[in-house]
Design a binder for this molecule. Structure first.
Ligand code: 26W
Length: 793
């Protein structure tokens, strides 16, 4: 049975057996659960045949380890990738239900903070699509990224209790649970000529795997994401019998704490013990799983690096390397050289950020106490690295900078560069920045290990599944089957001379702006104006991303309108979406500033011209409504700080024009669309470096610029009644991310954007050229490059 009938009977059957209901009278949540249950079954089967096929060919497999997989919702996307959307929706409609309401039942699997986690999720989709066997490993956090609540612009965090609706996609594999050991002491001895390691008095925790299947588009393959949940390894009867009931319970909840919540830090490492436990929990269980699977297939670990590639997504899972060394040395009897050689060929590492505060370093004391054996192995890597550097002729100072263990700390990035065959950046520009800054020394020592692969996005999610209006346009003006060969999207370039096509594009965009406006309001609850320019900045809140530069601009526009009611300013809607790390006070203040600006706008004489909307709880799902509605994509990080960006790609794909600095993947976006279709401003990385070297003083820029001065004064005197001199002083004082230096150029490029937007044909042409240039940034291309150049598969 196939098609609509298949879905009707399967959903019916599932609702009857699970809830004793018929679909016509079932709740939407029951229809959603039934749909997920049916799909999970189909995908499990497909995953099994896909694995068997690859195994019979002895193919190499990639294991992608990441503390984050920001999956978002699955139902709509899975149906789309499997080509089942139409049949499913028809079946749902036959029960008198609305498919959109079924989709809306699903919570986001928000198991990530931002870019790094979403990239991991896109990789699983891309790998299944191009037919490469892949498995992701992460933690089954009970609470994912917090739900942001804004009260008058103050962010508070609510727990993200996603499992009640999300578990429908999880398949428990308890038979593959793994024991993870923490603490204790190590005893070394020799027996019969063999070195023996005995681990005593440790605490153990059980890691139980749950799988999520991720289908490729129009593909026979399904990637598997294995998420580990922590449990106490058995109830401590001995404690209980001794009357220590509370102590027995404490042990159990300590164990569960490991997988209870995702750390909401993005680009900031706080060196906490529980986070270290989470990381070891992930790598210990995953490496045990990989070893088990490999031994089952080949009976030896000799060929592990031929048949597997293990990728370390930023330094968070670095301990996978010493953990595998531990198994090879202590459990399999390999010597160091042989074991390290296997690891070197097996592992590769991606760096996602150059901010020094994001680079992970662990306190030696804490680390040794929690992971005594892993520490000894890392110390041995350090000793060997120092010897090699000495042989290469580096000075003592240089060696100290490159060392793994130094100054009471363990530097995870240095271990990655030394112990793996590949360290890669996430855009061309990022690689240059890496080579000139954080990795400058190691790059000189091991230049051949450094490379870059530009990030990409699962365009299917943001275009075909989320934006049927634009998909229809792309089909009409490029090719009906562009999804099977997305390079064909570049054919869209031909339609920019056709004025009917330009107008049609304008209608598609307007429709999407109306849809957004139907669901969202300005900060004071007033309706948005879909005919105004939608100017979007959506990403994590961080000073380096410079949401405050955008805020300064809006204050300046307000000043201008107040001074001159006839000022030449067209209607604009500023849309922000951003979560701040809960402990990042300045970031929360910036959110509050933006909200207050919105309030002040709505009460000013600019209220019919300028509107500000702050999208609460920005997430994968809210991005799917937001991206299609954008006209301008704000990518305004200080050059040299944003590794790549992927929101920039989603917006470009949706026909928004990038207004940005030459940073991260913006550089390649500009290349792909041409400078006439990109609104570039600001200093280059080299100019930033030169200015820093010379000594940067923001006051030099502020004193020369009356508009900027007035905006900062206004912050001091109060925005919507609140004094923001704290933020104004940060800009006047250090201005670490040089907003003052880029302000004038930012204002002038925005002036230009207004002129361009006035001419609808011109603007639509630019927007279409962006859609046409987007295939370079599809994740299928990205993962192909990883397969060819990094994983050798
Ligand atoms: C240890 C705390 C911590 C947590 C997360 C440090 C660093 C991170 C991530 C690496 C931050 C992150 O998501 N980086 C983003 O990665 C994207 C995918 O490569 C890039 O597109 C973004 O430019 C980069 O900021």
């Amino acid at each position: 049975m196939q098609g609509v009938e298949f879905w009707k009977s399967k959903i019916s059957e599932s609702i009857r057996t699970a809830y004793g209901e018929i679909p016509e009278s079932a709740d939407y949540s029951h229809i959603y659960d039934a749909a997920a249950e049916v799909l999970k079954g189909l995908l499990a089967e497909k995953c099994a045949s896909s694995a068997a096929r690859h195994a019979s060919r002895g193919e190499k497999r990639v294991y992608y380890m990441s503390m984050e997989f920001l999956m978002g919702r699955s139902l709509r996307n899975n149906l789309h990738n499997l080509g089942m959307t139409e049949d499913f929706e028809a079946a749902v409609a036959s029960f008198g239900a609305d498919p959109e309401k079924v989709y809306a039942q699903e919570p986001d699997a928000g198991l990530g903070n931002g870019g790094l986690g979403r990239l991991a999720a896109c990789f699983l989709d891309g790998l299944a699509t191009i037919g490469k066997p892949a498995m992701g490993y992460s933690i089954c956090y009970e609470y994912g990224i917090f739900r942001q609540k804004l009260t008058e612009g103050w962010q508070t965090e609510k727990p993200d209790d996603w499992l009640p609706g999300g578990k429908a996609w999880l398949a428990e594999k308890r038979e593959h649970a793994v024991e993870v050991r923490f603490g204790g002491e190590i005893e070394e001895s020799w027996y019969d000529g063999y070195h023996q390691i005995l681990h005593k008095n440790y605490d153990s925790v059980l890691a139980v795997p749950f799988d999520i299947y991720v289908p490729g588009y129009d593909s026979d393959d399904v990637s598997r994401l294995r998420l580990w949940q922590a449990e106490a390894s058995g109830f401590d009867m001995e404690l209980f019998n001794r009357g220590l009931y509370a102590e027995a319970m404490r042990k159990s909840s300590m164990a569960k704490a490991i997988s209870s919540v995702l750390y909401p830090n993005d680009n900031h490492s706080d060196g906490k013990n529980l986070r270290l436990k989470q990381q070891y929990f992930l790598v210990c269980s995953s490496i045990a799983d990989i070893v088990r699977r490999h031994l089952a297939a080949y009976g030896t670990l000799e060929n592990l690096a031929e048949k597997a590639a293990i990728h370390i997504n930023d330094t968070h899972p670095t301990m996978a390397i010493p953990e595998l060394m531990r198994i090879l040395l202590d459990e399999c009897g390999y010597d160091w050289e042989k074991a390290a050689d296997i690891c070197f060929n097996l592992f590769s590492y991606t760096n996602h950020t150059v901010l020094p505060e994001a680079l992970e370093r662990w306190d030696v004391g804490m680390f040794r106490f929690l992971l005594p054996r892993i520490y000894v192995i890392i110390a041995e890597f350090d000793r060997r690295l120092r010897n090699i550097l000495r042989e290469k002729g580096f000075s003592d100072d240089e060696i100290k900078r490159m060392a793994i263990v130094e100054n009471g700390e363990i530097r995870m990035a240095n271990l990655c560069v030394f112990a793996t065959h590949s360290t890669n950046g996430v855009s061309k520009h990022h690689l240059t920045v890496m080579e000139n800054s954080v990795f400058a020394d190691l790059y000189r020592a091991f230049p051949d290990r450094f490379t870059s692969v530009t990030n990409g996005i699962a365009a299917r999610r943001w275009l075909c599944a989320a934006n049927p209006e634009l998909t229809g346009f792309v089909k009409k003006y490029s090719s009906e089957d562009f999804e099977k060969d997305y390079e064909k999207m570049s054919l869209l370039k031909n339609c920019v001379k056709d004025s009917a096509a330009l107008e049609e594009f304008g209608k598609v965009k307007l429709r999407r702006k109306e849809l957004f406006a139907a669901e969202n309001r300005d900060v004071m609850g007033n309706p948005l104006d879909p005919s105004s320019l939608f100017d979007v900045q959506a990403k994590r809140l961080h000073e380096y991303k410079r949401q405050h530069l955008n805020a300064l601009r809006i204050i300046s526009l307000l000043n201008e309108i107040e001074a001159n009611p006839n000022a030449d300013i067209d209607p604009r809607t500023f849309i922000f979406g951003a979560k701040a790390a809960p402990g990042y006070y300045v970031a929360k203040r910036i959110i509050r500033l933006i909200w207050c600006i919105g309030k002040e706008l709505s009460e000013s004489r600019a209220k019919d011209i300028l509107k500000l909307s702050f999208l609460e709880n920005y997430s994968v799902t809210t991005s799917e409504l937001l991206m299609p509605s954008a006209d301008i994509s704000e990518q305004i990080s200080l050059a040299g700080t944003e590794a790549s960006g992927t929101g920039n790609m989603k917006l470009m794909l949706s026909g928004a024009v990038t207004l940005g600095t030459l940073d991260g993947a913006n550089v390649e976006i500009l290349d792909a669309v041409g400078s006439e279709n990109f609104l570039r401003f600001g200093m280059t990385s080299d100019e930033v470096d030169a200015l820093r070297a010379k000594g940067y003083d923001p006051m030099e820029y502020i004193e020369k610029n009356d508009e900027l001065k007035a905006a900062l004064d206004r912050m001091r005197h109060g925005i919507a009644g609140e004094d923001f001199s704290d933020l104004a002083d940060l800009i006047k004082g250090k201005d670490f991310y040089m907003a003052a230096a880029d302000y004038a150029d930012y204002m002038s490029i925005h002036n230009k954007s207004q002129q361009l937007f006035r001419d609808k044909d011109t603007w639509n042409r630019m927007a279409i050229m962006n859609v046409a240039g987007s295939p370079t940034f599809f994740v299928d291309r990205t993962v192909k490059e990883y397969c060819d150049n990094i994983w050798n598969m």
